[in-house]
Design a binder for this molecule. Sequence first.
Ligand SMILES: NC(=O)c1ccc[n+]([C@@H]2O[C@H](COP(=O)([O-])OP(=O)(O)OC[C@H]3O[C@@H](n4cnc5c(N)ncnc54)[C@H](O)[C@@H]3O)[C@@H](O)[C@H]2O)c1
Ligand SMILES: O=P(O)(O)OC[C@H](O)CO
Length: 332
Amino acid sequence: MQFKTAGVIGAGAWGTALAQVAGWAGLDVLLQAREPEVVESIHARRVNEAFLPGIVLDDHVSVTADLADLGACDLILAVPPAQHMRSTLAAFAAHHRPGVPVVLCSKGIERGSLKLMTEVLAETLPDAPAAVLSGPSFAAEVARGLPSAVTLACADEALGEELMWTLSAPGFRPYLATDLIGAEVGGAIKNVLAIACGMSEGRGLGRSAHAALITRGFAEMTRMGVALGGQAETVAGLCGLGDLVLTCSSPQSRNMSLGLALGQGQTVEQALAGKRSVAEGYESAPAVRELAAKMGVDMPISLAVAALLNGETTVAAVIDNLLSRPLKVERH
Ligand SMILES: NC(=O)c1ccc[n+]([C@@H]2O[C@H](COP(=O)([O-])OP(=O)(O)OC[C@H]3O[C@@H](n4cnc5c(N)ncnc54)[C@H](O)[C@@H]3O)[C@@H](O)[C@H]2O)c1
Ligand SMILES: O=P(O)(O)OC[C@H](O)CO
């Protein structure tokens, strides 16, 4: 095996779960945490009590506060919230060795620049071969060893295959793809759509509305993926449709539970109050809306969520507007 050590940047729930998986896969893993209490809790008790409570970490996983320590690793997994990807990678740039691959594991579109995470990586670490790991995977389930499958996309097929084998572990199955854009778009947009599904659930609109939102949301996601140069087949895989189904189906999802709270009458501020974990749909919704306008892509559900989160409309008006759109041919 080419890779013996992995550095994981970001010790939120997902970074910690992926460190666990990489440890099970036999890599020596160095997990970088920003919060001193996370470093202390993993050192003292082998548990990330702030972000992934109740999971005892594999012996192959160690923790550091210092990004510089990851400079010696053979492979980097980048797992900060998407809006912090640029600053995080920029801080790591002085320690990155050219040629060391970076697997992007965050789901979102950068506000302002409207860029995908691969574009952010290309601008901050131009010497890093890029891969994207994305798919239906709740950190708390993956870290307990429950079965899951994700897309692992890498333009370099040989490297992708190496990464696929390197990051596979009992119960954790990466499936290979070469289409990075398709792999990224689904993960970013499903978070916005999950807020809509949560809203529908919170309002008691029923299972039929839920299925309609998933299906028409998938059409939006596919249109945007193709407009950005991705392939519809990739979006129909684990990283797109698979993740949309998961995130729209469980209150375990931070995005769906945000929508649920809004549907039940809470304000955005109330629904997000006191939350330390990230709801990426809330963060990416404005970027998705701007990107849709820029690319001329029809995304009514995502736009409605963005307007609601921005205080421009109400849940009742969103429902009315979506239900009074002109009828049309399904495949458009
Ligand atoms: N949790 C999951 O089940 C899961 C699964 C798949 C993908 N993801 C994706 O992983 C990414 C990280 O999410 P998570 O669930 O691990 O996070 P989390 O909600 O558990 O934790 C928040 C994270 O944000 C970090 N953070 C806060 N402020 C920061 C700053 N200024 N700069 C850099 N980092 C900062 C914290 O250190 C912490 O790591 C997201 O894009 C998410 O969509 C999450
Ligand atoms: O809790 P969420 O909504 O961020 O979803 C977590 C993962 O992205 C599901 O695949």
